[in-house]
Design a protein around this ligand. Sequence first.
Ligand code: TTP
Ligand code: MG
Length: 414
Amino acid sequence: MLPLTVVVRHILHVDLDAFFVAVEVARRPELVGLPVVVGGDPGGRGVVATASYEARKYGVFSAMSLKTAQRLCPHAVFLRGDYAEYERVSKVFHHILADFTPLLESGGLDEAYLDITGCEGLVGTPSEAAARIRALVREQTGLAASVGIGTNRMIAKIASDKAKPDGVCEVGEGEEAAFLTPMPLRSMPFLGASTEKRLNSLGITTIGQLAAFSDGALNSLFGPHGAVLAQRARGIDHTPVGEGHEGRKSISREGTFNEDVASSQKLRAVLRAYSESVASQLREKGWRTRTVSLKLRFGDFTTISRSVTLKRPANSNDAVYEAVEDLFEKAREQDGRAIRLIGVGLSNFVEDVKQLSLETSVDEKQEKLSAAFDKMRTKYGVRSLQTGRTAFRGIADEDDRLLERQTGLSSQIH
Ligand code: TTP
Ligand code: MG
């Protein structure tokens, strides 16, 4: 029998510090050291997308209303945000990482996992690779990247949080338990607020206490999920990079208008821009989507969601936009009132494997066009390219201004 060797993995989790704010500070040095909030006008209706570390000292955090943020930190600089620029920088960031290993998984605009096991000959030790990544990111974007190094994804993710701001945290083989034991439960990725509450009510507040809890008790409380929780708390996570569970469920983008908008033409232009944005993220991950969704919120906060399942999984800008436009037309026929919030979502992903079919010619054309579109946008920025549908007079500019004006700017991955 062959001896069984267990390969110790070297996983890096790289996450940019205060991403949206850092992009703003990098191009406006006068903001260095100031409390800065990206999200919109302090008097406006939106929420904080991100706050600089200086603003966080005043208790300002993501998802807080801008009004509250202003109350806590009245002297902060409030910026509307420039989503197109954040996407451009995100692509530069991902291109840097792609040179280190083919085993790369994006966790969103500003974070990614890298499995560099076996790449040591090319990239050096994990800490050397981390230093090189941080230097390249700093050089090419002006941003600080924090890096966590561990023997699995979860440890690397928790370590990158610990490394912030602007640092590296390495947890070596065999050090996992000691690293996790004193951590509060909320440092564990994917542990939801309700699970945390239930565990708190049992007197469990740290990862170490959770690790020591019996499997049987956790199983009877949480079902099969209980066993996973216990394993994670003990530092065990066999999930390969590229097959993580976060980011797998949906990709969406939504924005709130400063004033409700009734013009279908304007709404369609925003839908086009959002369709391109989510489809581009989908292609970056190498996926296709089966389901396309539209979200509309009216002035009185009533919200409707409509979804359609595509005949064939798709990843082109046009396929996404056509599906969402169809949903939009039907929804407008039923209720044509002015819109406060609009969003496009994708879900039910499949890996992007080319399908053999005689009918793919139209899809293929659209897909090639979309790939060319991604390249142009990466190289020259989002403004370099407007498609026919967003470029009609006034709308392209209006659309860009809207993207900047909108609050809750994130393409959040749910
Ligand atoms: P995060 O990586 O969670 O936060 P961050 O980069 O601002 O700060 P840090 O990593 O140093 O703690 O999110 C990345 C970007 O995503 C963030 O800059 C803005 C956006 N975002 C939102 O728009 N809404 C949100 O609720 C969150 C959490 C992030
Ligand atoms: Mg970040």
